[in-house]
Ligand binder design. Structure first.
Ligand code: ATP
Length: 419
């Protein structure tokens, strides 16, 4: 870890030159306006930990929106302004940078959203979750790169500790309980002793958080490189059961999560697959409770439900030498991610082979003749067309026919058989 208090060379080393050039330019604009500008939060923590992080958060002692507008003209980027919150997001190329006015926060009651007022940097850092996330780097010319560490974040990074800033932290905002576990497990840190005691004391506060916020925390957990570590820790500290009492974070779950990462799952679907694996052992009723309690949105809820429904097909899928057309009939119509869940969750090689066959190949098979072709050949318009198309698909799947010509021949034969 860098010993120096000035981190400008570290910034140069870890951020691409396009971003460092931008930070220097905006620091100069801010100074010209009489504002103080700081890089804050996760990126400061990660710079000190030698971890890459391109998610830049800037805090301004001054008008953050006005500064972001001027910064936008430097980059020709696209600016999204939330005037009500005094924040703005600037996007250009592959970069996205958040601007916020330094603020202080007070909580009227546990779990409520905070009451926000303009404040100093020091107040802004004090409202943050953990010491390791409560450091800033000055970006104004003259003090560019200077670390501001009022709450001992750097020492805690060295001791590898996640520590809250004050006694009421988890009471004010119990989502920090999940955040603490995420950082602890991601960074291989430990909860500092008092923080751990406060966390245990404040677990009931998790019930003060709205469903949407709780679900958001779970989604963040499921975006971690190894979410199973966070879930296991959450189980150990009795945090997981607050999501739903029937949830388990067993060794089986860890093994399934690992397997899910080994099969080729589109990045965008991995979180839904994890969620369905987490809820896989629940009963139908428990799963429905979970979906409605956390207000799981449509797409993910479909994967969770389909994964449960697919359990009824597992016995058939375990059969040796199952004809491809039967595999197709059993598996068609389910969300593709749910197929992956079943393949990952099963202990039966036959089941995972059959699902793999369907997922990678069978589901794409279809006849080359269309309904119109069949009608031209003499099939009566109506449900019979669909039936013939399905029979053609089955014949193709089972290797009985392979070409368009063979499809024509077999249709002619079926028509003759019908008379
Ligand atoms: P990650 O690497 O997980 O993205 P991050 O530190 O960038 O970590 P964000 O969730 O992007 O985390 O939040 C940015 C910063 O805002 C945090 O570093 C922390 O200082 C502060 N913060 C976020 N959520 C809270 C919260 N619930 N309570 C207090 N401070 C918070």
């Amino acid at each position: 870890m860098a010993e120096t208090k000035n981190l400008s060379s570290r910034i140069k080393e870890y951020l691409p030159s396009e971003l460092t050039g931008f930070l220097e330019a905006v620091g100069a604009i801010a100074a010209y306006q009489g504002y103080h500008l700081y890089l804050v939060g996760g990126v400061v923590r990660d710079l000190l930990l030698d971890r890459s992080n391109l998610d830049l958060d800037l805090v301004v002692e001054g008008d953050a929106v006005a500064l972001a507008q001027q910064a936008a003209s430097v980059t020709q980027g696209k600016l999204t302004v939330h005037r009500r919150f005094g924040t703005a997001r600037l996007r250009w190329g592959k970069w996205s940078i958040d601007f916020a006015r330094a603020r202080s926060e007070t909580y009227d009651r546990p779990g409520a959203l905070p009451r926000v007022n303009p404040g100093s940097l020091s107040e802004d850092l004090f409202r943050r979750d953990f010491t390791i996330n409560a450091m800033a780097i000055n970006l104004n010319p003259g003090c560019y790169g200077e670390l501001i560490d009022s709450y001992g974040g750097r020492a805690d990074l060295e001791k590898r500790l996640v520590r809250v800033l004050h006694e009421k932290s988890f009471t004010d905002d119990a989502t920090r309980i999940w955040r603490a576990l995420r950082y602890e497990q991601r960074l291989d840190f430990q909860l500092e002793a008092d923080t751990r005691r406060l966390l245990a004391r404040d677990i009931p506060m998790l019930d003060t958080i709205s469903s949407d916020r709780v679900r958001h925390e779970l989604e963040l957990v499921l975006k971690e490189a190894q979410p199973e570590k966070v879930l296991r820790r959450a189980k150990e500290l009795k945090v997981l059961s607050r999501l739903h009492p029937a949830l388990k974070a067993s060794h089986t779950l860890s093994a399934r999560f690992q397997r899910a990462r080994e099969v080729t799952i589109p990045e965008s679907q991995l979180a839904s697959v994890y969620l369905a694996l987490l809820t896989y052992p629940l009963t139908d009723k428990e799963m429905e409770d979970f979906i409605s309690l956390l207000r799981v949105p449509g797409r993910s809820a479909e994967v969770v439900r389909d994964s449960q429904r697919l359990k009824t097909k597992l016995k058939l899928l375990a059969t040796a030498n199952l004809a491809p057309s039967r595999i197709y009939t059993a598996l068609q119509g389910y969300a593709p991610a749910a197929l992956l869940v079943s393949a990952v969750a099963t202990d039966s090689p036959a089941v995972s082979r059959n699902i793999g066959l369907f997922y990678g190949w069978l589901r794409y098979v279809k006849p080359s003749l269309t309904g119109d072709c069949l009608i031209q050949m003499g099939v009566a318009p109506g449900p019979g067309v669909r039936e013939f198309l399905e029979r053609l698909r089955a014949a193709r799947l089972d290797g009985e026919i392979a070409t368009r010509q063979e499809e024509r021949e077999v249709v002619t034969k079926w028509l003759q058989e019908r008379g």
